[in-house]
Design a protein around this ligand. Structure first.
Ligand SMILES: C[S@@+](CC[C@H](N)C(=O)[O-])C[C@H]1O[C@@H](n2cnc3c(N)ncnc32)[C@H](O)[C@@H]1O
Length: 312
């Protein structure tokens, strides 16, 4: 077990992620979503010539990875903040380039499991859902403050929720929604009975959508991926684990842009041979193995995409 003690989060697709970094040049890998350090610890153990700069916006991750920092001495450094500040974090550590970056998107198991963080529909907790507890916007403001139209849009956009309008209407008429248990109850009651019986817990998508809104999860991702691609040296790799279609679309788009990137001053009629590819795709996207899914159902939606930097 590589993760920090007390922070029980099984790293998703660990073997596949480690394999992705097997051939990267010696240097520093940015773990943009450090969490309990499950991936980072395993990577440091496997490659003695790598260092990891871990970023997480949740201070619980910093407490949890303190023993790992001690164990790996100067090879693991940790920064608190949003992952779209990569250049600033690199500068602080005197780094101009990196050997790659890992993004393991979404929430950690402790965030989900601790009712007081307000992420779960399984027990009563405050309407919080902030990964960064210093931020002002909470789920309470979204649930009890947004108008019906805005709620419906975010339910649709962040989670493809088919019953977005009905759920938004139900939330507005149940106000004030008191806590996560009350929210789950209101959402479930708004979904037509036959639809409640398919696709896991009926409140799962609405909770996901509200969480994404509170944390601005999709806003930070495009810039962060560009920053990681810019900073990675040739031969280095960028690996991303995404957990829903909205995230995966952004990752696929950012990687496709970098695959086709041409000089900023190129004419639209530029010959394909002169197009300056910045990355190449490393095999097709991968999914967790059956064995992993049996062991860890939380990995079920995971999708791993990896690119290698080929040119500046
Ligand atoms: C799935 S967990 C990572 C687990 C980690 N790979 C491990 O094995 O322990 C995702 C982590 O990323 C953090 N996170 C999510 N979005 C972030 C962002 N935009 N900036 C910084 N950290 C973020 C969350 O707080 C959470 O701790």
């Amino acid at each position: 077990m590589h993760a920090a003690p007390g922070f029980i989060h099984e790293p998703v697709m660990l073997d596949e992620v480690l394999e992705a970094f097997d051939a990267v040049p010696a240097g520093t890998v940015v773990d943009a979503t450090l969490g309990g350090g499950g991936h980072a610890g395993a990577l440091l153990e496997r490659r003695a010539d790598l260092r990891v700069l871990g970023i997480d916006r949740d201070d619980a991750s910093h407490e949890a990875t303190a023993p790992l920092v001690e164990r790996f001495g100067g090879r693991l450094a940790v920064e608190h903040g949003r992952f779209d500040r990569i250049p600033e974090f690199l500068a602080r550590h005197g780094l101009t380039e990196i050997s790659g970056a890992l993004f393991d998107l979404g929430v950690s198991s402790p965030q989900l499991d601790r009712a007081e963080r307000g992420f779960t529909y399984r027990s009563a907790g405050p309407l919080d859902m902030r990964m960064d507890r210093t931020q002002e916007l909470t789920a309470d403001h979204v649930v009890n403050g947004y108008d019906e139209q805005r709620l419906a849009s975010l339910l649709r956009d962040h989670a493809d929720e088919r019953h977005a309008r009905r759920i938004a209407r139900a939330i507005v008429s149940a106000r004030p929604v008191r806590d996560t248990a009350h929210l789950a109850e209101v959402v479930v009651a708004a979904i037509p009975a036959p639809a409640r019986r398919t696709g896991g817990h009926p409140a799962k998508r609405a909770f996901q959508a509200i969480r994404i809104e509170v944390n601005g999860e999709l806003d930070a991702l495009p810039a962060a991926l560009r920053q990681a691609i810019d900073a990675t040296s040739p031969g280095g790799r960028i690996a991303v684990l995404s957990y829903h279609s909205g995230e995966d679309r952004i990752v696929a788009g950012a990687f496709a842009d970098a695959e086709r990137a041409s000089p900023p001053d190129a004419s639209p009629f530029v010959h394909p041979d002169t197009v300056r590819r910045r990355v190449r795709r490393v095999r097709a996207p991968r999914r967790p193995s059956q064995a992993e899914l049996e062991r860890n159902p939380r990995a079920s939606a995971a999708k791993l995409r990896v690119v290698e930097k080929v040119g500046r």
